[in-house]
Design a protein around this ligand. Structure first.
Ligand code: PMP
Length: 485
């Protein structure tokens, strides 16, 4: 059935939005006070600018399962799940128990631990990888993977897609959500810094391409023949809502990377161990040279990892200028002389890399919680949430569509399908904001921005989905004055 979206009165959206924002303020005076205090000590009153939103963020106190509570004692069903960190749910009992034991026995040694080996082995299995290294965040993982790709190929430029997010280091903090007047033509998008403080020389090394446009990418690669070390891509663009790859697109990326001798990096920070047991690699059946992980693999404890093909990963060595580890690259089954390019020793470092707390958290999360049999139920719940949301949109003729890939999804408040960032700009931000506050005020917590999406966890229940759909239905009814399309 095709339903023509009805014209929803802008005044009505604005009225509901304003009323719900006021209700949010009325319900959360303690968060407001904490925010005022926090602003005296931290820019924007938060530790990461992603946590800041108008009028002020909720300050949270505790969470368990699918529930989270704010400082005023309001309880929410959490569909944000910490920007997708928590496919395991909050404070999973198995994880809590293991971590209690770990905390009582030392959380940082800077000597390796057996749990780290077991976790690396588990990740190797899931992602068909030969070698893995650990870091502490998604940012570190993509930064390290890009350096490995550069060291391995001896090339300096990378390709990043418009609207993609890969963390906050200089190489990739560009063209995240560039303003319309700065983004340049679709055939050769400008590299637009998303922050002050990024040197022009860094920006010159990142070439931007439109997502889901393989012909344009092929032309860009021709223009930069022999210069590109890596193509880094979110297999599903999850930082502009939910934007899946077109049929055959990831396969084409693989072909183009091979054709040009480029290291293909899948940034699986959001997709890995969430879309499927083996992440986007399993879900789409395309294998990158390197992949990056973080978020959900730690069950809520900071962690990052990257890995992939032996030949590429084995460029990791001791620092240039220091004695080579006698069993280094050779021990990994590769002679360093086979690595092309100039500097052959790539450094990968970090005090907290592989720390026992993160390793235990990752191991328990992957081997005891996000096990193979967890995924069918996650997918079924997500599909039901999407179908239910779509039914509401259809019933009331709201301009938008519901979409999920695996346990992550959202309502995209725009009538046309979004295939890349330039479509995403057309999203109705005011309608999104009205829905965010409406749902939050009724105990349904979504991520505080239309660029993010809901993530379901193994601890969500069918009743959580039902409640979401009930409240979303009430929102749609009120928005349209109860008139069905
Ligand atoms: N890559 C992707 C795809 C992400 O979504 C994020 C975080 N949202 C990152 C990298 C960066 O991860 P972190 O915030 O842990 O540095």
């Amino acid at each position: 059935m095709t339903v023509t979206p009805q014209e929803i009165s802008r005044a009505r959206i604005a009225d509901i939005g304003a009323r719900e924002e006021q209700a949010y303020r009325d319900r959360t005076p303690k968060s407001a006070a904490l925010f005022e205090r926090a602003r005296q000590s931290m820019p924007l009153g938060v530790a990461s600018s992603f946590q800041a939103y108008d009028p002020y963020p909720l300050f949270m106190t505790d969470a368990r399962g699918s529930r989270i509570s704010d400082a005023d004692g309001n309880e929410y069903i959490d569909f944000d799940m910490a920007f997708g960190v928590l496919a395991a749910g909050h404070s999973h009992p198995l994880l809590a128990e293991a971590l209690q034991h770990r905390v009582a026995n030392g959380t940082c040694y800077t000597f390796p631990v057996e749990d780290g080996i077991a976790l690396a082995e588990e990740i190797k299995q899931r992602f068909g990888a030969d070698l893995v290294r650990f870091s502490n965040s998604g940012t570190e993982s993509t930064m390290d993977a890009i350096r490995v790709a550069r060291g391995y190929t001896g090339r300096e430029k990378i390709i990043k897609f418009e609207g993609g997010y890969h963390g906050h280091h200089d190489d990739v903090l560009v063209s995240i959500q560039p303003p319309r007047d700065a983004m340049g033509p679709n055939e050769s998008p400008a590299t637009v810094p998303a922050s002050a403080g990024i040197p022009r020389s860094r920006i010159a090394e990142t070439v931007i391409a439109p997502f889901n446009e393989s012909d344009i990418l092929a032309a860009i690669l021709q223009a930069h023949r022999g210069e590109i070390a890596a193509i880094i891509v979110e297999p599903v663009q999850f930082n502009i809502g939910v934007v899946p790859p077109k049929e055959g697109y990831l396969e084409r990326l693989r072909e183009l990377a091979d054709e040009h001798g480029i290291v293909l990096i899948f940034d699986e920070v959001k997709t890995g161990v969430v879309l499927a047991w083996g992440g986007a690699f399993e879900h789409f059946g395309v294998k990158p040279d390197l992949f990056c992980l973080a978020k959900s693999i730690g069950g809520g404890i900071p962690i990052g990892a990257f890995g992939g093909r032996r030949e590429v990963m084995a460029s990791i060595e001791t620092l240039e200028g220091t004695p080579a580890f006698t069993d280094g690259a050779a021990g990994s089954g590769i002679e360093r002389s086979t690595i092309p390019g100039g500097a052959t020793r790539v450094a990968h470092l970090g005090t907290f890399n592989g720390n026992p707390l993160s390793m235990t958290a990752g191991l328990v999360t992957l081997t005891q919680i996000l096990t193979k049999d967890a995924y069918p139920r996650l997918h079924a719940m997500a599909d039901r949430l999407t179908a239910g949301s779509q039914a509401v949109l259809d019933r009331y003729g709201l301009p938008g569509y519901a979409i999920n890939v695996g346990p992550k999804g959202c309502v995209m408040f725009t009538p046309g399908r979004v295939t890349n960032y330039r479509d995403f700009i057309g999203l109705d931000a005011e309608l999104w904001a009205a829905s965010f506050f409406y749902l939050a005020n009724r105990g349904i917590l979504l991520p505080p921005g239309p660029d993010d999406q809901w993530t379901l966890s193994v601890q969500h229940r069918d009743a959580d989905i039902d409640r979401y759909l009930e409240v979303f239905g009430e929102f749609a009814a009120e928005l349209t004055g109860g008139s069905r399309a």
